[in-house]
Design a protein around this ligand. Structure first.
Ligand code: GUN
Length: 282
């Protein structure tokens, strides 16, 4: 049986540290960091994620603004709001919850956020700077994954890492972060031949596919670190990952649960990025 990587506990420690830093800012009469979160429509999953982000801001003592638009909002209205937030000196970070309705061009919206307030790290300038190894906002989920791996005390350097999934939000950036830490990285995807043969070589296996149970125990190298990024809802309403926990946890050395693994870390990293956007280091 593997060791469980407790994302809830690790994220709580991070939030406690942030809370102390915000308390110092408050005591010194400084300006409290503020994140603006934009949500369009009422997708229940998006609503739940946004609630978590606002709650984390409250927990750490940061300010937040929740800006809600109806599903049929015009793109121009959204862009105008982002422009206003870009120039608002009281706002440090701007996050637009994805996905957006189909009539809105997601790229245009993300491009409109000023890179210095792009706490999600999705703006092309931040993406470019990440890949160039320059200072930038690092996307929250990938950054959270690295922190979870580091929490095991095992080193990343020289390890064989396999990332399953090639999204802009998780797969691609986490591959770059692992590469930066001197792992040998392979990105697998839906067209990869013999996925199991590949994943069985992975000392670090990151599953970010968005389909339940894609990774089973027979695909895991004994002793591997397995990070499950999937948040899939089953027919009976439960959350389940991309990894079949029951079988994989028999083989892995370390494994993240769903829920309570990567999810809480994404939010903790968002709070770190917000503090950073306000000009302070986390
Ligand atoms: N939707 C799913 N994940 C994310 C995320 O990390 N940030 C935003 N803004 N939307 C998301």
């Amino acid at each position: 049986m593997s060791n469980i990587i407790d994302g809830k506990a690790v994220s709580l420690e991070i939030k406690e540290k942030l809370k102390e830093k915000v308390e110092v800012i408050r005591a010194e009469g400084g300006r409290i960091p503020c994140i603006a979160v934009i949500i369009v429509g009422d997708n229940p999953a998006s609503r739940s994620y946004v609630r978590g982000k606002i709650k984390a801001a409250e927990y750490t003592g940061m300010d937040s603004r929740l800006i809600e638009f109806p599903e049929d909002v015009e793109e121009a209205v959204l862009l105008k709001e982002i422009q206003a937030l870009n120039t608002d000196p009281g706002v440090d970070g701007i996050l637009v919850q994805l996905p957006l309705p189909r009539h809105i061009n997601e790229d245009r919206v993300l491009d409109a956020i000023i890179p210095s307030k792009d706490v999600d790290g999705f703006h092309p300038v931040n993406v470019a700077n990440l890949w160039l190894g320059r200072p930038c906002f690092v996307p929250c989920t990938p950054q959270g994954i690295i922190r979870l791996i580091e929490s095991t005390g095992e080193s990343i350097e020289g390890k064989m890492a396999v990332v399953v999934g090639r999204s802009n939000i998780v797969g691609k950036p986490v591959a770059k972060l692992l590469l930066d830490r001197n792992a040998t990285v392979t990105i697998a995807h839906s067209r990869t031949r013999d996925l199991a043969a590949l994943t069985r070589q992975a000392d670090i296996l990151v599953a970010a596919v968005g389909r339940p149970g894609v990774i089973t125990g027979d695909m895991v190298k004994p002793g591997a670190i397995v990070i499950d990024v999937g948040i899939n809802r089953t027919e009976d309403g439960h959350l389940t990952g991309d990894v079949d926990f029951a079988s994989a946890s028999q083989v892995a050395g370390w494994i993240t649960p769903v829920p309570g693994g990567v999810g809480p870390m994404t939010i903790a990293m968002l709070m770190e990025n917000t503090l950073k956007a306000s000009g302070l280091s986390a």
